[in-house]
Design a protein around this ligand. Structure first.
Ligand SMILES: C[S@@+](CC[C@H](N)C(=O)[O-])C[C@H]1O[C@@H](n2cnc3c(N)ncnc32)[C@H](O)[C@@H]1O
Length: 238
């Protein structure tokens, strides 16, 4: 938990705006914060972790799974860093995450965006993996992040909604239909993940609604070129 607290301190107090707009530096810090332990092997090379060279940032099984509560960011550092730097210039006042899991990713997103004007944030899950210690970090640093465990997301529109809940096609589709009119921007996780065909399919469908639509951005880089995770952001108002 010290790792996450150190990351929040860097994001909120020690980093300069220039640091926060430096993808390599943000990526390095995300890695050092710690990734969720993963036993899955790369489909492209069964001798390697799906994280490829980023496996050095993976927490151990024991660090990740602490009873009911879990730790770690479930992200590829370069992808999340690229997405954050993109979002830094999008005037995001309000944020919602669907699929909290350990709560480390929303902690990092919220602390980062607070430096660029974020004022309110919710994270929603149907199961509690997010530790009270993680929530204490939010409180200690006055982060405007509210955990909704099986509680409805307050009515209204949001600048950014991150869809990262159940990854099966019908669920991602339902999340898309539910939130598409409530978000200025929708962000999806796992748009390029060989293990997540449902998300890939939805992302393809959204893009083909208007093939000329210029307001999509994708962050799919992987240190070894594997088709892992991938973040897609679509501006719903243009
Ligand atoms: C891949 S994890 C989320 C990872 C997290 N966003 C991160 O980056 O670390 C998916 C989460 O979605 C939750 N989930 C499953 N079904 C859901 C649903 N219908 N609505 C919201 N969350 C759901 C799971 O309990 C799990 O915690």
């Amino acid at each position: 938990m010290e790792r996450l607290d150190n990351m929040v301190r860097w994001l909120l107090y020690s980093s300069s705006i220039e640091d926060l707009r430096n993808v390599d530096m943000v990526s390095q810090k995300i890695g050092e914060c710690g990734l969720v332990w993963e036993a899955r092997r790369a489909l492209a090379d069964g001798s390697m972790s799906i994280y490829g060279d980023d496996h050095v940032y993976m927490l151990s099984r024991e660090e990740t799974l602490q009873g009911q509560y879990h730790n770690g960011l479930w992200q590829t550092p370069g992808q999340l860093a690229g997405a954050l730097v993109h979002l830094s210039s999008q005037n995001i006042d309000s944020f919602v995450e669907i699929g909290t899991y350990a709560g480390w990713t929303c902690t990092v997103i919220v602390a980062y965006l607070m430096r660029f004007g974020l004022n309110s944030a919710y994270t929603y899950d149907v199961e509690q993996f997010c530790s009270p210690l993680t929530q204490t970090i939010w409180k200690n640093h006055n982060m405007p992040l509210v955990y909704l465990l099986n509680e409805p997301i307050p009515p209204g529109d949001y600048d950014l909604i991150f869809i990262d809940g159940n990854h099966e096609y019908p669920y991602v589709k339902a999340d898309y239909e539910m939130y598409k009119s409530r978000a200025r921007m929708l962000m999806f996780h796992d748009i390029n993940d060989a293990y997540c065909p449902g998300v890939r399919q939805i992302w393809k469908e959204i893009k083909t609604l208007d093939p000329k639509h210029p307001f999509f951005v994708e962050f799919t880089q992987h240190p070894n070129g594997f088709e892992l995770m991938g973040i897609g952001i679509v501006n719903m108002t243009k």
